[in-house]
Design a protein around this ligand. Structure first.
Ligand SMILES: Cc1cc2nc3c(=O)[nH]c(=O)nc-3n(C[C@H](O)[C@H](O)[C@H](O)COP(=O)(O)O)c2cc1C
Length: 272
């Protein structure tokens, strides 16, 4: 049931909801009407495009949406956020408020997904004490694998070997950078675009996190640990039928950056 409802007192019969519907299932019969409920992508374009807030779908009240006029970020500010985001590798170790983590997750949930499938799963460590336990477990497991000669001989083995050595000899956490929180994306293999969806969701989470003063770093080291110790995937509660996305640690930064970096020109291949 998609519960498509038109407030006839508000509808100006402009037909924009019908014109914009990607599934082309809205017709104008005086007022908009859905012809084929099963064909709906549940994208809410009809609700978003209505200039008078006359369209409700999926039980959503258009008055509870944020109005776009006057509320969009200034492009220069967004540019600074994109260019000023840095990988944070030093954390205070204090837990973030749960409400802030929830806010970031709910916003990241707005990232686009192929065919609007919305099946990305966020696996999250919300508490520093849980993270500390996981950190110890992961390092113990890696140390065990290393001792048993279970590391590959390529760069993965070298990186993980160095991480184990750093942990054992200097209490250095190269895998999680001492962060109090972790997020991992995954999506069902059966979803239309799982590989793309999981990375788009995490990128969206990251940008919003930085906008809220939360530090993050993409965690390739932990991805290597998961490749070498796949039993950890089950331990984290990630369903077996999921494509593993990527891991990212996050938390309150113990570092402040004062300016953007200056990257060289982008690589561009112009098609003629
Ligand atoms: C896919 C991916 C994996 C990464 N893995 C790690 C990692 O395991 N540990 C780490 O400290 N940084 C990691 N990084 C951060 C990169 O080293 C960093 O993005 C790069 O040096 C540029 O710095 P910046 O993010 O501050 O611009 C990773 C970044 C990406 C995109």
């Amino acid at each position: 049931m998609i519960r498509f409802k038109i407030d006839e007192n508000r509808c100006i019969q402009c037909g924009e909801c019908a014109n914009d519907c990607p599934a082309k299932i809205i017709t104008m019969e005086n007022y908009p009407k859905i012809t084929n409920e099963e064909g709906c992508y549940r994208c809410q374009h009809c609700l978003a495009i209505c200039p008078t807030g006359a369209v409700s779908i999926l039980g959503r009240n258009p008055d509870e949406s944020t109005s776009l006029a006057g509320n969009l970020p200034d492009p220069a500010c967004l540019e600074t956020l994109i260019k000023g985001r840095r990988s944070v590798r030093r954390y205070t170790g204090r837990d973030l408020p749960g409400t802030l983590i929830d806010e970031l997750l709910q916003i990241a949930w707005h990232a686009p997904t192929g065919v609007n499938n919305q099946s990305v799963l966020f696996t999250v460590v919300r508490e520093g004490k849980v993270m500390d336990k996981l950190r110890k477990e992961v390092m113990a497991l890696l140390a065990e694998k290393k001792k048993a000669g279970g590391f590959p001989e390529d760069f993965v083995g070298q990186y993980l070997g160095a991480a184990v050595k750093g942990w054992q000899e200097e209490n250095l956490d190269i895998i999680f950078r001492g962060a109090p929180h972790l997020i991992i994306t995954s999506a069902p293999k059966s979803a239309p675009c799982p590989v793309q969806d999981i990375h788009i969701a995490l990128t969206t989470f990251q940008l919003m996190a930085h906008a809220r003063g939360v530090g993050t770093v993409w965690d390739g080291m932990f991805m290597m640990a998961l490749a070498v110790c796949p039993e950890l995937i089950t331990r984290l509660g990630i369903p077996e039928d999921h494509v593993l996305g990527y891991a990212m640690v996050f938390g309150e930064p113990a570092v402040e950056y004062h300016r953007t970096v200056q990257r060289g020109p982008a690589q561009v291949n112009v098609v003629c």
